[in-house]
Design a protein. Sequence first.
Length: 319
Amino acid sequence: MTREELIIRLNYFLNPDNNIGAVLYFVLDQGGETLIRFADIENGAKIELKNRFLEYIEQKFINNEDLHYQNISEADDRKNVVYKYDIDERPESLNILDEILENEEQIHFNFNQDQLPNIKGYLIVIGNEGNKIALYKKHHSMNILRRDRFLLVPSGERLVGVQNDVIALDKSFDFMMVDDNLIVLKLNILERYFGFEDVIRNQASNTIDLVEANELLEDIQQLQEIAQSMPNARKLMKIRNSPVLNVPAINVMNFIRNHPELTGKINFNADGTKINLETGISKKMFLKLLNDDFLFSQLTELQYDSHAKDKLMEVRNEN
């Protein structure tokens, strides 16, 4: 799903003529088991819930011209970005988004049996009978105002005490499922709470296998060692589709020998047939090399180091 296709799809849910509604579910952790519970809320609050999340979608996606949209396998440090999940391997804990879209008939949350402290997230289904999207929002302690605090709310001209715990939700969310496409808004939530770090390490291992097959390195263990660091594992995951991995080894080594930034920083074995990553700087530069970060300007004939590369789209004249 391209950014343009995503925006077109989301605009459907912003159209008031499409009879769009919203349903809220609690995601509970009960003895290590994940449960989904339907939250029965009154109609006025349900409309307000829908409007708030649709407003956020409009602000985040539709009216945000500077928003970056990229594959999660190519994530970098840019800001104002959302990611399309483009990796075949996906944490099982994210399956609740598919589950709720396939089956909205869930057991009701019962305050006599279920406990608010067991909430670990919120699912919001927005749409109509034929078109739906699912949002996920992780629960944080600030989302529940407990009755053991002194809570007052306005009532006419007076302030009255709150007798029960209060659930407070803002309009932001962490993930969105649109037509089998998982869109990630908060990468840190995905990594910290949904096991995405394991996916990153597995993808990094796949990249190392590709490097080993290219017979670039004297000792592949040197690359395996730096992959233990999560920042480096992320870089290796990003490298998995790098065009550098399709370049003959001799061409890569000649590039290193002739590049002013790499000469003397990346060394070779005794007979000059393979790369030796003995130093920290050589390992760092090798990762940048694999990511094709060393660019040449045809206009100025200057060399550049750039890791945030947006590919130019080839436009063909069909006339």
